[in-house]
Write a protein that binds this ligand. Structure first.
Ligand code: TXE
Length: 479
């Protein structure tokens, strides 16, 4: 595999300094490619390219830009299997997941935003003596910063609405998973998108991410990543009043009532806890179970967790792959050690598990812990790995109190046969999104985002169109 290049002003270019980062496969530890460690001069060049493309791009109509999004979707779809294979190799996730979730959503993000752009209608507010109409103008140059857990899924979720609304952008993908961002640039180049509309700078947070957010010619920042990084991004963007959207961490509760359908609930809660090795901000890592069914649920849950196949990400039958990096594996393991100190009882997992031939990868057995206080650090801090804690509760109020007992507020799920109770409990949870009797059941039209330390703002559907534009009201007095 070649060294990667930045993509600036419609050309693949080498970065200014000869500094590189080794990109390795999480499953095997073997080398994939070298990633440019770009610096502020590369960021300057990318922002300048985005700025010079802005006038012409912003002058196109919504439907002309929607046509471009469709062309990108078609070209990306033609590379569907490449996207899945690269994403699986780069992140360590199972190929089936990379195909069904990552590749599928990356294509549909472009198609979906093309569709709603075409339907986007001017809002009009009539008064007795005047008519107001609302124009959505592009914001300008956007910085789009993405993490390693869902690399192209999240990048396409930002690029499509951002350029769809007439902005030009500079992307900064995670330095740990640069491969599908590079592939997207190849696709964008192939379809002939006007030069400078989408630019990409590879590199780490300090060298490339921070100067991009701070750049005086960047008007908007859309960031998905860790909460502590989000704090730095917010502090850097605030003095210039940049438009800011932050999608940060989560510590989501799955609340299980005694009247749930046991079989589908166990399957759903296992999926919520462990999909992508638990490395999704929406994962339900705290499982709260009504005390009358606690023992039965726990036993069936453990059986289902132990039945998951951990192994070769390229094997179609694999359920769980490797964790993203050695450093992240250490962090996740340190929480298991902490859980023991905090009085937790390890029901399954807890140790690294290294399938044969993969001993240099970052492997962790799916882990379930009970007996922790809902106030403990393991039960309230984001672990972001295949670790789930179980907690009994005896009333609706207690379940809601435990669910809300964290600094995060991103997502959650409620499992019950009583849909009125499901809705009542959902609305009592301090969070941006709740599912009832399902999880990660996504309609791209709905708002996505969190409260408390899980972020600021909403993206998704018309909320993305709103974030990536400035609404301007024009009031015309009648004759
Ligand atoms: O994310 P970072 P990391 C959580 C999870 C994980 C923790 C840290 O708990 O353990 O965050 O993960 C770029 N200015 N999530 O360290 O550092 C960085 O290069 C501008 C939850 O990998 O937040 C990358 O492109 N950019 C999350 C992106 O920010 C900066 C998904 C995210 O990296 C920067 C991933 C800076 N100062 C981790 N520093 C989710 N919400 O799903 C770094 N970056």
């Amino acid at each position: 595999m070649d060294d990667l290049c930045n993509y600036i002003g419609g050309r693949f270019v080498t970065h200014s300094d000869d500094q590189w980062l080794d990109n390795t496969e999480p499953a095997t530890g073997s080398h994939i490619c070298r990633v440019p460690l770009s610096d502020s001069s590369d960021v300057d060049a990318a922002v300048a390219a985005a700025r010079s493309a802005h006038l012409a791009w912003s002058a196109l109509s919504h439907s002309e830009r929607a046509d471009w999004l469709d062309r990108i979707a078609d070209a990306l779809e033609a590379r569907y299997e490449d996207v899945a294979a690269l994403e699986s190799r780069d992140t360590g996730k199972p190929i089936s997941l990379a195909r069904d979730v990552d590749a599928q959503r990356s294509v549909s993000n472009f198609r979906f935003f093309a569709g709603i752009l075409r339907e986007h209608e001017e809002e009009v507010f009539e008064m007795a003596s005047a008519t107001n109409y609302v124009v959505h103008k592009p914001v300008g140059v956007g910085a789009l910063i993405t993490p390693w857990n869902l690399p192209l899924y999240l990048l396409s979720w930002k690029v499509a609405p951002a350029i769809g609304m007439g902005n030009t952008v500079v992307c900064k993908p995670s330095e740990l998973t640069p491969m599908t961002a590079d592939l997207l640039m190849q696709v964008i180049d192939e379809v002939g998108l006007p030069a400078g509309v989408v630019n990409l700078v590879h590199g780490d947070g300090a060298g490339a991410g921070a100067p991009l957010v701070a750049h005086s010619d960047v008007d908007l920042v859309s960031f998905t990543g860790g909460t502590s990084t989000g704090e730095k991004v917010a502090a850097s963007a605030a003095p210039a009043f940049k438009k800011l959207s932050l999608e940060l961490g989560g510590k989501n509760a799955s609340i299980i009532f005694a009247d749930c359908d046991m079989e589908s609930t166990v399957a759903g809660v296992v999926r919520a806890g462990f999909l992508n090795q638990g490395q999704i901000c929406l994962c339900g890592s705290r499982v709260l179970v009504e005390d009358s069914i606690y023992d039965e649920f726990r036993d069936r849950f453990i059986d289902a967790v132990e039945a998951m196949r951990v192994g070769d990400p390229s094997d179609e039958a694999t359920d769980l792959g490797a964790l993203i990096s050695g450093q992240h594996l250490e962090k996740v393991q340190s929480y298991v050690e902490l859980a023991k100190q905090e009085g937790g009882n390890l029901l399954t997992g807890g140790a690294p598990c290294m399938p044969v031939e993969f001993e240099h990868g970052n492997w962790m057995a799916p882990t379930v812990i009970e007996g922790l206080s809902p106030d403990s650090r393991c039960s309230t801090e984001e672990i972001f790995g295949p670790v789930v804690t179980l907690h009994p509760f005896s009333s609706e109020d207690e379940a809601v109190a435990i669910a809300n007992n964290t600094r995060y507020g991103l997502a959650g799920s409620v499992w019950t046969g009583d849909l009125e109770k499901g809705k009542r409990v959902s609305e009592a949870i301090e969070t941006g999104m709740v599912w009832v009797n399902t999880w990660l059941h996504r309609d791209l039209r709905v708002p996505f985002g969190g409260v408390k330390d899980s972020g600021v703002g909403r993206e998704g559907g018309k909320w993305s169109l709103g974030f990536f534009s400035e609404a301007m009201n024009v009031c015309v007095k009648h004759d």
